[in-house]
Design a protein around this ligand. Sequence first.
Ligand code: S3P
Length: 173
Amino acid sequence: MNWNRIILIGFMGTGKTTIGILLAEKLQIPFIDTDDVIETDLGRTITDIFTRDGEPFFRSHEDKVVRKALQNDSVVMATGGGVITNPDTYRFMKERGIVISLDASMDVLWSRLQDSENRPMLKKQYPKEQMLHLYQSRQPLYEQAHYSFLVDDKAPAEIMNEIVDLIKKEGNG
Ligand code: S3P
């Protein structure tokens, strides 16, 4: 298990980016947000990529970005919520680092996401139903992470400290 590469997964709205930035600062290692890299690489927003090229194109680019990011010896990587739907990407992440799932209840996430404009996976006629469907279908995948933390009412810094404690306890440094 490589504790120098920490990979955050979890549903949209669980705070992967916010917590990841705090964690990387604390550990003093680089931070990479795969959605940001994809947008920079392609010079377009995630919404535009989904609309014009579709999800399979996005997932295949996401896989390349994940593989490149995990060439770093040390990194905190925040992923997009659907990264776990590509089994090859998920397997690779678990081989290369410690995969930590950030979990939250459907109610908490819905209150955070209902007004979100930049989440193409929720841009459907019935966004709440769509979200529930995605949430339920992805739950068994998030459960396959190495570790998981319940974020619900906790501040990002609190979760970050819990992850740091885990690394101190279980990690190699
Ligand atoms: C997605 C989540 C998004 C982004 C894209 C697809 C998903 O990332 O990768 O819109 O399939 O759940 P966040 O989890 O950071 O919102």
